[in-house]
Ligand binder design. Structure first.
Ligand code: ZN
Length: 143
C-alpha cells in the first residue's frame, strides 16, 4: 500500500483499520440512533466502529478533514461535531460566555456609578431659608 510505505509511522492496526491521527475522530460525537451522547472515539455502541471506519476510509480516499466534517454535519446535523463550528450559530458557544461576563461587569459599573453620583440638580427640591430655620429649631430641641 503506497500510503503505508510513504508514511512508515502509519501502518495498519491488527484489526485491519488504517491508523489515523486521533484528532479527526475526536472531533465527532457518536451519531448512532440510540442517542448515546458519547464521543465517537470512546463510544462502544455497535454503530460507533462503523462511523470510525467510514471517517478513516474517507481520509484514506484523500478527503480533507473539513470535507469529512461537512459531510457528517450534512447527514447528522451540527451536533455530530464535539466542538461547535466557530461560525454561524455555533459561534455563540464561543462568544456568549465572555460576552455575558462583560455585560455583567458593565451592569455592575453602571449601578455603582449611579449609587455614588448624587442626584442631579432639579430633582432635589430647593431648601428654603424657612426650612433651614425649622431644622435648626428641631436640632436645638434635641440638645
Ligand atoms: Zn453510540
Amino acid at each position: 500500500m503506497a500510503l503505508a510505505s510513504a508514511h512508515p509511522g502509519r501502518g495498519t492496526r491488527d484489526c485491519g483499520l488504517t491508523l489515523m491521527p486521533a484528532s479527526i475522530i475526536s472531533e465527532f460525537m457518536c451519531p448512532c440512533g440510540d442517542n448515546c451522547g458519547k464521543a465517537l472515539a470512546v463510544c462502544e455502541c455497535g454503530d460507533a466502529a462503523g462511523y470510525v471506519k467510514e471517517i478513516e476510509s474517507m481520509q484514506v480516499a484523500g478527503m480533507s478533514a473539513q470535507a469529512i466534517r461537512d459531510k457528517f454535519v450534512a447527514r447528522y446535523g451540527p451536533s455530530v461535531l464535539s466542538t461547535p463550528p466557530a461560525h454561524g450559530f455555533g459561534m455563540l458557544a464561543y462568544v456568549a460566555p465572555p460576552a455575558s461576563v462583560l455585560l455583567g461587569v458593565v451592569v455592575v459599573i453602571i449601578l455603582i456609578r449611579s449609587w455614588r453620583r448624587p442626584a442631579r440638580g432639579g430633582s432635589v427640591p430647593a431648601v428654603s431659608a424657612a426650612d433651614v430655620k425649622k431644622a435648626e429649631e428641631m436640632l436645638k430641641k434635641w440638645k
